[in-house]
Design a protein around this ligand. Structure first.
Ligand code: ZN
Length: 202
C-alpha cells in the first residue's frame, strides 16, 4: 500500500503514531470499514495466551473487506508485549506476507502449548512423591474468585495452574534440591523423545 511505503523512514516511532498516521488517512474517512479501526486498536491483554490473542486478531482481520496486509502485519506485532518472543522474532526476521505471519504465529503457539502442557505433566508425575508439598489454602473469600480458572496445585479456582506462583516456587526449590533430576534428564531412565521442543523457533 502506497501511503504506508511512502511514510518517511523513522517518521513512525510508535504504535500510537502509526495509528494516528493511519487514522488521518483512513479511519476518519466515513467509508472506512470499522473492523480495520478495531484491528488497529487490538493488543494482547495481560495474561492472555498467544492463541487467544491471535484468534481475536484473525477474527477481525477476516471481517475486513479490503486488503491492508502491510498494516495488519505491523499491528499484530505492535499488539504484542515488547518482551514477547514472537515480537522479537518478527522484528529480527521480517515477514512479508500474511501467510508468513500465520506460519510464524503457529510456531510460537506450539511453543506456548508445550510450555503449558509441561507444567501439567510435571505436576502429574510428582504429586504423589513424598517430597511433594501441597500448598496452604488460598487466602481470601472463595466466593469472589474467578470460577472459570482452576489451579490444580491449590485445587481451587482463581487462576490457572501454569500461573500459580506457589507451584513455580515449589518446583524451583525441588530442582535446587535435585529432586526433579529424573524429569530434567529423562534420557538417563528411558529413551526420551528427541525433538526440538526445548528450543524456541526462529
Ligand atoms: Zn495455585
Amino acid at each position: 500500500m502506497r501511503w504506508f511505503n511512502g511514510l518517511k523512514t523513522n517518521s513512525i516511532n510508535s504504535y500510537k503514531q502509526l495509528t494516528q498516521a493511519f487514522g488521518s488517512r483512513f479511519i476518519t474517512n466515513s467509508r472506512a470499514p470499522r473492523p480495520l479501526s478495531l484491528l488497529l486498536s487490538l493488543s494482547m491483554r495481560e495474561g492472555e495466551t498467544l492463541k487467544a490473542y491471535s484468534d481475536r486478531y484473525w477474527e477481525m482481520y477476516n471481517e475486513m473487506d479490503e486488503n491492508f496486509d502491510d498494516v495488519s502485519i505491523s499491528t499484530f506485532k505492535s499488539g504484542l508485549p515488547t518482551e514477547h518472543g514472537l515480537r522479537k522474532s518478527l522484528t529480527s526476521k521480517l515477514v512479508t506476507s500474511v501467510r508468513q505471519l500465520m506460519d510464524r504465529i503457529d510456531k510460537y503457539k506450539r511453543v506456548e502449548e508445550d510450555q503449558l502442557e509441561l507444567v501439567h505433566q510435571v505436576l502429574e508425575k510428582i504429586k504423589n512423591e513424598p517430597f511433594f508439598k501441597w500448598p496452604n489454602k488460598m487466602a481470601g473469600d472463595s466466593i469472589k474468585r474467578n470460577r472459570s480458572l482452576y489451579c490444580q496445585y491449590h485445587q481451587e479456582h482463581e487462576y490457572t495452574t501454569e500461573d500459580c506462583r506457589n507451584l513455580w516456587n515449589h518446583l524451583d526449590q525441588l530442582v535446587r534440591e535435585g529432586k526433579l533430576r529424573h524429569l530434567l534428564h529423562p534420557s538417563s531412565g528411558h529413551q526420551g523423545q528427541e525433538d526440538d521442543h526445548a528450543k524456541g523457533p526462529d
